[in-house]
Design a protein. Structure first.
Length: 716
């Protein structure tokens, strides 16, 4: 028996796992790595199922090409020849924008995808770049871009030292944390309370996290910006502003004071569903705490005021003196990558180009995924005719996926880099799989930038495979879209990529001679990073290297033109009048929100038996009062209807949910024809995004709205 120490690549928590296997590479057990410097032995059911994922007979290991409507296994050369033959004419005739890309969530958990995806996208040069970012955290990038000058400078709560944690729209005990890399959040939250600190959760549902907190306030979906503004209003009104160390690094405080004036707790209370005196008390306690961190996640970003809410989270951190100090909201200092703030000082810009059909501005290089169907369906110059999906399942994960399904079917050519034949890749003409997570190296380039402690860890592949690394696949695609054909000299292309990275990191490429692929690039980035590390140092430390608690980073982290935190950026405050108008609007009717389960991972791990066992989790949760009023019964079937579409879902009556709100998880609906996911199909559930309305967007960033969708619910 051999035990390998690997970092789990499935979610943002970056847990260390011990994978034990025999000489036939049969995995006998996976447990938490007690010696991991960060996770200390924590593991969740998904991490424990990595072996089942590795052994899943449905997981693809050979390229598939569709011939006469049927997928056939082909060799790699044949697959790339097919792509060259069909994609190249589209680019030649219709231009680069005729080819869209959709990059999904696992591409950020996959070092080959993260580092070589950019090479391919740049070479392709399409404006039609879509990703899971615009159905997730784009508002946070936008607010950080304007506040701090860098869309990647995202403050994370210093959970291990804070005395007061205000959580809005996040359920880290289930999601294991997001935009906050922190394995074992249950342990970390317990520790806050044990040291006399306080946890407050704002969420329309009484989640596991709410249960573990001191206080839970069931907010009306989509109203966090109002609540946060009322807290900011209170901070000014009750003279609780405490800039402290930030005073000389902030501009715009007076503008924020003025903007907040109309949003008194009394004015917002009836809209948010939290009493005015409670809002005042919470604000006083937050301001008085020895240290405090305000943290918002999916519930605050995938809503109509996503950017304003994301901005106000950090405004509140700043005004209470908690931005960039121990126990507050802090900027990580990663060992590799472009350390945030190293960017040149310049004004962050959005809208460098616009989407063709609806005219949405580009934000952080993204066009909203919610408008992909428009771009495919609408004829004219620049129409999307081909699509490359990379680790993405937009047919389940983006709004009005019923419509997108139809649009995908009308594309001339689709390539999916994917490990399953699923709801999206069934539309592909060519599917290119990648290695199992245990047969590729792993390094959390993205998540060390969001980590509540500075740590670093490198995982070499546990097993060998004959599936080419996805970096090679991406280089072959790069060669195709630059007109160099499907059989490039991969080594030469890789040398070129490494030379570019070496230059940007200021490192002599000769120092990493002998390495190739992602390992070489990571070595270059470590050498160029702030800790004087090399990949060899990481290879010698299989449980990771702890680089210590977060440290204050202002002003180094700032890359705004002024060199200051710009607390009232015009591009964001432009949306305040729309928010103000909300105070006069009365909305009746039910609002739909999402939810996550600890055994799901968006849409793609339902093919692992151990993770779908134990009853149908894809239910619509309804409060008992609403159930009575609507004639819904627990276990009965409901028809859920919106402007975008309708679905039938089993009802779960529960007082966990706020009256007037219903919740359905996303990522289900696996009963479509032509997929090859036997377990998932047997536990199909229903696709909630058929109901999600693609015309509802966060006005500033174009991010999709998944929380606060108006719906009607009736017995089916
Ligand atoms: N209603 C609603 N919708 C939501 C959300 C919500 O809260 N509510 N959340 C949104 C969020 S936050 C996100 S991030 C998105 C996710 O949206 P997506 O990223 O589009 O969807 P995933 O379900 O993560 O699908 C990942 C795909 O990658 C494939 N894959 C997995 N591993 C690999 C690999 O190693 N290589 C390759 N090539 N492919 C791989 C899987 O088979 C799957 O097809 O969903 C969004 N959709
Ligand atoms: N087990 C599991 N873990 C995951 C994932 C998964 O699918 N399953 N997905 C991963 C991904 S891609 C992401 S982005 C993260 C997301 O990480 P989280 O944001 O922690 O995920 P959620 O559990 O969706 O938590 C969002 C919470 O917001 C609440 N909410 C809904 N609407 C509102 C609102 O208007 N206001 C407020 N204040 N709250 C609201 C919901 O009830 C929910 O409890 O999770 C990651 N981890
Ligand atoms: S919490 Fe995330 S990183 Fe940790 S074992 Fe579970 S899926 Fe893997
Ligand atoms: Mo996400």
């Amino acid at each position: 028996m051999t035990t390998a120490h690997v970092t789990c690549p499935l979610c943002e928590a970056t847990c260390g796992l011990d994978v034990t296997f025999d000489e036939k590479q049969l995995i006998s057990r996976i447990t938490g790595d007690k010696e991991d410097v960060f996770s200390g032995g924590y593991i969740c059911p998904k991490g424990a199922s990595l072996g089942a994922l590795h052994a899943d007979p449905d997981r693809l290991t050979k390229p598939l090409v569709k011939r006469d409507g049927q997928f056939v296994e082909v060799g790699w050369d044949e697959a790339f020849a097919e792509i060259d033959a069909r994609l190249t004419p589209i680019i030649e005739q219709h231009g680069r924008d005729a080819v869209a890309v959709y990059a999904g969530n696992p591409s950020v958990h996959n070092i080959a995808q993260t580092l070589y995806g950019r090479v391919f996208y740049k070479a392709l040069g399409t404006k039609n770049f879509y990703s899971a970012t615009s159905v997730d955290q784009l508002p946070k990038h936008m607010s950080s871009g304007f506040l701090f000058g860098d869309p990647l400078a995202i403050p994370v709560p210093d959970v291990d030292r804070t005395q007061y944690l205000l959580i809005l729209g996040a359920n880290p005990l289930v999601s294991n944390g997001s935009l906050m890399t922190a394995p074992d959040m249950r342990g970390r939250l317990k520790a806050i309370r044990k040291r006399g600190g306080k946890i407050v959760v704002i969420d329309p549902r009484r989640t596991r996290t709410a249960d573990a907190a001191d206080e839970h306030h069931p907010i009306v979906p989509g109203t966090d910006a109002l609540l946060l503004f009322a807290m900011v209003n209170t901070v000014f009104g009750e003279e609780l502003v405490k800039l402290g160390h930030l005073a000389e690094h902030l501009v715009g405080v007076d503008e924020v004071r003025e903007l907040a004036a109309p949003f008194t707790p009394e004015a917002v209370a009836p809209k948010v569903g939290i009493a005015a005196d409670e809002i005042r008390r919470m604000t006083r306690e937050l301001a008085a705490a020895e240290s405090a961190a305000v943290y918002g996640r999916i519930g605050t970003t995938t809503q109509s005021f996503g950017t304003v809410a994301s901005w106000l989270v950090d405004v509140l951190n700043a005004l209470t003196g908690n931005l960039d100090r121990a126990g507050g909201a802090m900027f990580p200092f990663p060992a590799a990558g472009r350390p945030v703030g190293s960017a040149k000082k310049r004004q962050f810009r959005v809208g460098r180009y616009h989407s063709r059909v609806r005219g949405y501005p580009e934000v952080y290089g993204e066009i909203p995924a919610a408008t992909l169907a428009d771009e495919i369906e609408t004829p004219g110059e620049g129409q999307v005719r081909a699509l490359v999906t990379v680790c993405g399942n937009p047919a389940l994960s983006t709004p009005n996926s019923g419509r997108l399904e139809g649009a995908l079917a009308q594309l001339e050519f689709v390539v999916s880099l994917d490990v399953y034949l699923n709801e999206t890749s069934r539309h592909a003409d060519v599917i290119l799989p990648g290695p199992s997570p245990l047969a590729r190296p792993h390094f959390d380039l993205a998540f060390y930038q969001l980590s509540v402690r500075n740590v670093v860890n490198w995982t070499p592949p546990t097993f060998e495979t004959d599936v080419p690394g996805e970096w090679e696949t991406l280089l072959r695609l790069t060669s195709i879209v630059t007109g160099q054909g499907p059989n490039p000299d991969i080594a030469a292309l890789d040398d070129f990529v490494a030379a570019t990275v070496a230059k940007s990191q200021g490192v002599d490429p000769a120092l990493v001679a002998g390495r190739t692929g992602p390992a070489r690039l990571v070595d270059l980035m470590l050498r160029g990073g702030p800790y004087d590390l090399t990949l060899a140092d990481l290879e010698a430390a299989p449980h990771g290297i702890d680089l210590g608690p977060l440290t204050p980073r202002i002003p180094d982290v700032l890359s705004t033109e002024s060199g200051k935190v710009e607390l009232a950026p015009a591009a964001i405050t432009a949306d305040v009048p729309r928010l103000l108008a909300e105070l006069d609007v009365t909305r009746d009717g039910l609002l739909m929100i999402g939810r996550r389960h600890v055994s799901s991972n968006n849409s793609w791990m339902h093919n692992v038996e151990a993770l779908v066992r134990g009853g149908n989790r894809c239910t619509v949760q309804v409060h008992p009062d609403d159930a009575t009023r609507l004639g819904l019964t627990d276990g009965g079937l409901a028809l859920v209807n919106s402007r975008a579409g309708k679905i039938e879902v089993p009802v779960e009556v529960t007082d966990e949910i706020r009256p007037g709100v219903v919740s359905i998880p996303h990522g289900w609906g696996h009963d479509l024809d032509g997929t090859r996911t036997r377990v998932a199909t047997a536990h199909a559930g229903v696709n909630s995004n058929i109901v999600a309305d693609e015309t509802l967007l966060d006005a500033l960033s174009g991010n999709a709205v998944f929380n606060g969708i108006p719906v009607e619910v009736a017995p089916a």
